[in-house]
Design a binder for this molecule. Structure first.
Ligand SMILES: Cc1cc2nc3c(=O)[nH]c(=O)nc-3n(C[C@H](O)[C@H](O)[C@H](O)COP(=O)(O)OP(=O)(O)OC[C@H]3O[C@@H](n4cnc5c(N)ncnc54)[C@H](O)[C@@H]3O)c2cc1C
Length: 558
């Protein structure tokens, strides 16, 4: 179900910029003035970038364009949670193990996709306009629908109740309108009030407290079907502010997939030879600067008299005047040996309090998109995008034409629903999901179409990730504010400067690649400033305009 955010003709398209820090990252990135410069004396200076996910690669790419020499450390694949896996024996097939749908409101991210020549197309979400059909199966009762109007009235009523709860409880229409107008004063007036009022509340409390969700049955139905992208009851324990950021910025609407897989974005940035490049000869790329591959994973980070000293898994020890840490921050607690003096004790607390959601996906490759065959008796598709309260929860269908192998994401789960799968092998997971779907589609033999071994992931089991993405709990706003603002280092004692945080955990919109991109641009600004660099006066950066847009600071922070 989509939220009732009414379009306002003539206004700028909604973007994932704000509401906490409504700096126009998309305009900044696209400005012909560029992101600014560092003094020529700094050209060629090495900066360590820990993590070759999207945030790390964008940081490295932009630092290279300024003339610095990024040194990327990555223990696995370039791309991190932008991971597009191929089925064994079937090159070119794509199972999006991490990110898979990118709202058009991810405007900064989409600007990088466009710059790298990567086309996108609408993602087939449940009940979305471009989705041929959806099946919603709750309590053993599968319902077939081409749009919301095909479902029984209670679904429409719950969708309306959600819209009203957002309007009455969170002033959503006014907030969205201020975000669309990019009016920081209006945004701040509304959002800061919501932060003060709602930081202590869960998503579930917000619903239960609303006169529009008095009925438990309505809350249950809403939790199963959710809005926009699928069931949201696994988010019920999270802070309502996390959910409001998504709906206010249109992140749950108009989502696209990247044709050929989203991992292409970090991979293309890695090999791209930018035209505009300071301090380096034409033809320079990250790949060329690294002789092909990043350095291995980091095992220790220490503060030494000449900078920050990085040890890697091959035993190499190098000291840098600046480091960008763009790997999941829990790894600083248990995977990477760290000096406590790297950060203030308040920042360590914020790192420790970070909360991750788990997530699992199970994919199979089939001979062709058989689900598009219509049952001559009913005129219905053989199979549809499926939301269910059974173990599979969300099933998504991907195809590139009628006679080619096609991909089914049999199951996409979060939090407790993902934990239920942890002990199971890929084959056991596939069998379980085929059993669930067999109950919903009794006449369809999905198994007979499968042509490759299943692929699965549980991000909470992955040593270099430890979770799928951050999701703040009630009372976590203060920690997030500390993490996000860490790139502003002028007021810090010297002993804490020189290491910059970036990535999903640092952003206001974790679980969305746009936030990782925005956090990378903050880190780039932080490093540039650290080396005495400046932005063009016509294109000031996030740090130059920090005071103007700064997230509200709540009281009682140590
Ligand atoms: C299941 C799932 C679904 C998602 N769906 C969407 C979606 O539909 N749309 C969307 O926009 N976003 C989605 N996201 C979020 C998106 O994938 C992330 O926001 C983004 O990819 C994060 O990029 P990052 O660079 O911050 O982190 P990562 O991609 O995690 O990169 C961090 C890198 O650090 C590396 N690393 C780990 N340890 C070390 C070490 N010791 N030394 C050096 N490097 C190390 C890791 O290997 C990794 O490559 C999803 C994520 C997941 C997991």
């Amino acid at each position: 179900m989509t939220t009732p955010v009414s379009p306002e003709p003539g206004r700028r398209a909604l973007s994932m910029i704000g509401p906490d820090f409504p700096f126009p990252y998309d305009d900044y990135r696209l400005s012909p003035a560029g992101l600014g410069s560092v003094p020529a004396s700094a050209f060629g200076t090495e900066v360590a970038v820990v993590g070759g996910g999207l945030a790390g690669i964008i940081t490295a790419y932009e630092l290279m364009r300024m003339g610095l020499r990024p040194v990327v450390y990555e223990p696995e694949q370039i791309g991190g949670r932008m991971r597009s896996a191929e089925f064994e024996g079937f090159p070119g097939t794509v199972a999006e193990l991490g990110a898979m749908r990118f709202p058009l409101s991810s405007t900064t991210l989409h600007s990088y996709l466009a710059a790298m020549g990567l086309p996108t197309r609408p993602f087939a979400n449940p009940l979305a306009t471009d989705t041929p059909s959806t099946v919603i199966d709750l309590k053993g009762n599968p319902l077939y629908a081409r749009n919301l109007d095909d479902l029984p009235p209670e679904f429409r009523l719950v969708a309306q109740a959600w819209g009203q709860a957002l309007e009455d409880g969170a002033n959503l229409g006014a907030l969205t309108s201020a975000l669309r107008a990019r009016d920081p004063l209006r945004i701040k007036a509304i959002w800061n009030d919501l932060v003060r009022r709602l930081d202590d509340h869960t998503f579930y409390h917000f619903l239960a407290d609303s006169p529009h969700f008095r009925s438990f049955a309505d809350r249950e139905l809403f939790g199963q079907v959710g809005f926009g992208t699928g069931g949201w009851d696994t988010d019920f324990p999270n802070s309502i502010l996390e959910v409001l950021r998504i709906v206010a910025t249109g992140a749950d609407e108009d989502q696209h997939l990247v044709i050929g897989g989203c991992q292409q974005l970090p991979l293309r940035l890695w090999s791209h030879q930018p035209d505009a490049l300071a301090g380096w000869p034409a033809g320079t790329s990250l790949q060329a600067l690294h002789a092909g591959s990043p350095r291995p994973g980091v095992t220790a980070l220490r503060r030494t008299h000449s900078g920050i000293t990085v040890t890697d898994a091959a035993g190499a020890i190098r000291t840098y005047p600046a480091v960008v840490y763009a790997a999941p921050i829990w790894l600083l607690l248990n995977n990477i040996e760290c000096d406590e003096s790297l950060f203030s004790s308040a920042l360590w607390t914020s790192i420790e309090r970070t909360h991750y959601m788990g997530s699992s996906k199970v994919f199979v490759l089939v001979d062709r998109p058989f689900w598009r065959d219509q049952d001559p008796a009913t005129g219905r598709d053989t199979m549809s995008i499926t939301l269910t309260d059974r173990m599979s929860r969300g099933t998504y269908l991907f195809d590139d034409g009628p006679d080619r192998p096609a991909v089914i994401c049999l199951s996409y789960t979060w939090a407790d629903d993902s934990l239920k799968l942890l002990p199971l092998s890929a084959t056991e997971r596939m069998d379980l999901m085929l059993h669930s779907l067999g109950e919903i589609y009794p006449g369809v033999d999905i198994r007979s179409h499968i042509i490759a071994s299943p692929i699965t992931v549980s991000w909470e089991m992955e040593r270099n990730f430890m979770g799928a993405f951050k999701a703040n709990l009630p009372g976590h706003y203060r920690y997030q504010e500390q993490l996000f603002g860490h790139f502003m280092q002028d007021q810090m004692p010297d002993a804490h400067r020189g290491i910059f945080l970036a990535g999903d955990d640092i952003s206001w919109t974790a679980a969305w690649a746009e936030g990782a991109v925005q956090s990378a641009l903050n880190a780039v600004w932080g490093v540039q400033h650290h080396f005495g660099g400046v932005c063009d006066p016509d294109n000031l950066g996030p740090g130059d305009r920090f005071a103007e847009f700064a997230p509200i600071r709540l009281p009682d922070i140590l």
